[in-house]
Design a protein around this ligand. Structure first.
Ligand SMILES: NC(=O)c1ccc[n+]([C@@H]2O[C@H](COP(=O)([O-])OP(=O)(O)OC[C@H]3O[C@@H](n4cnc5c(N)ncnc54)[C@H](OP(=O)(O)O)[C@@H]3O)[C@@H](O)[C@H]2O)c1
Length: 332
């Protein structure tokens, strides 16, 4: 007899995180049904997921009826709300935390068994109130709220590091002085940023290459990861290593110019950049540990290994900084 189908609902399936998870789960040899949520099933990304076998369902997270329908009969639920979404920044409107909490309540009522949440640790807790990062602190509270529901067999927090994808995004290059895309007026690709703190390492994850497989690994063995907040990282490196590696790969001149203080990081009133400035204050006050604790590569690799085994693929190491730059900027 074929094993029972397990419906896994992926919120934000057309986004960076959700797409990577969906693509990995779609190749699973378990009987997962990937139910990909989107507000626009006609988008190219939604149609691609449908072509690959996902059940694409139209749902808006702010609409309870949509979400009740979307979660009906679901075994698993991946939730990643975008906390810079303007819809959660309105005065007197619902916050990202309100949205997360509401979706957790709907999922519990719908009978979801395994809830995996795109989360953060709490900078306020790790720095004893010295360097809070409000958006991260709120995600941590959501995860803790989910753990109070007896309806779930497992609640797991997947905590992504700094995206490698930011290095192929022009807006991030511009916000940090141009590296790795736009040379400055001295001809350098310059990364201009505050000090990270501690050993100065930046915990970084490739969402496309690794994160989807790590979360896939969590869905394979949820009781093992129950009530854990799991760091998701591919590599960790200093900004000095980062620019040196880029030069080695491309031959282009690159440099890191540190800022004297996090206060010098230009935010232009942009909520993402304001949060990044808070993150530098947090890591400077927490040994440079974005994840709160020292890096744990072994867990990341083991989750990836389990997912690849489930897909019938050869094991592969989590991607390194050098490999990422070769893939995106290296010689063809
Ligand atoms: N950049 C980094 O280094 C970094 C690191 C760690 C964490 N993060 C966090 O990651 C989060 C962003 O995740 P991402 O990169 O995957 O975002 P993304 O690529 O912008 O995707 C957002 C997804 O959410 C869906 N969505 C938005 N509003 C919705 C609504 N009202 N109802 C249903 N679906 C909705 C969108 O789907 P449709 O448009 O198809 O409906 C889209 O698929 C942020 O909270 C960010 O701070 C970022």
């Amino acid at each position: 007899m074929a094993p029972l189908q397990k419906v896994v609902v992926v919120y934000g399936a057309t986004g960076v995180q959700g797409r990577s998870i969906s693509l990995s789960l779609l190749k699973s040899q378990q009987n997962f049904v990937v139910r990909a949520l989107t507000r626009n099933p006609q988008s190219e990304k939604a149609k691609e997921l449908a072509r690959l076998g996902a059940e694409v369902v139209k749902a808006d997270g702010f609409n309870d009826n949509d979400m009740e329908n979307a979660l009906s009969g679901a075994w698993g639920f991946w939730l990643n709300t975008h906390h810079h979404d303007p819809a959660t920044q309105q005065p007197n409107g619902p916050t990202d935390e309100d949205l997360g909490n509401r979706l957790i309540e709907i999922a519990a009522k719908a009978g979801v068994k395994v809830f995996i949440y795109s989360t953060c640790e709490s900078p306020a807790e790790f720095t004893k109130g010295v360097a809070p990062v409000p958006g991260m602190d709120a995600k941590h509270r959501c995860e803790m709220y989910a753990r109070t529901f007896k309806e779930f067999d497992a609640v797991i927090g997947a905590f992504p590091g700094w995206y490698f994808e930011n290095y192929v995004t022009p807006e991030y290059a511009q916000a940090f002085g141009g590296f790795p895309m736009f040379p400055d007026n001295e001809g350098y690709l310059t990364w201009h940023a505050p000090l990270v703190g501690g050993e100065g390492k930046v915990q970084t994850v490739s969402i496309e290459d690794d994160f989807g497989e790590m979360v896939h690994g969590m869905f394979l063995n949820p009781l093992k990861w129950k009530n854990k907040t799991i760091q998701c990282l591919s590599d960790a490196f200093t900004y000095e290593d980062m620019v040196k590696t880029f030069t080695e790969v491309t031959g282009k001149k690159a440099r890191y110019v540190p800022m004297a203080s996090a206060d010098d990081f230009p935010t232009h009133g942009n909520s993402v950049l304001i949060e990044l400035q808070d993150v530098f204050r947090y890591t400077q006050n927490n040994n440079g540990w974005f994840f709160g604790n020292p890096d744990d590569f072994a867990t990341c690799q083991s989750l990836k290994d389990e997912a690849r085994r489930d897909k019938g693929l050869e094991p592969e190491p989590v991607i390194s900084l050098a490999k990422y730059f070769i893939k995106h900027y290296g010689p063809n």
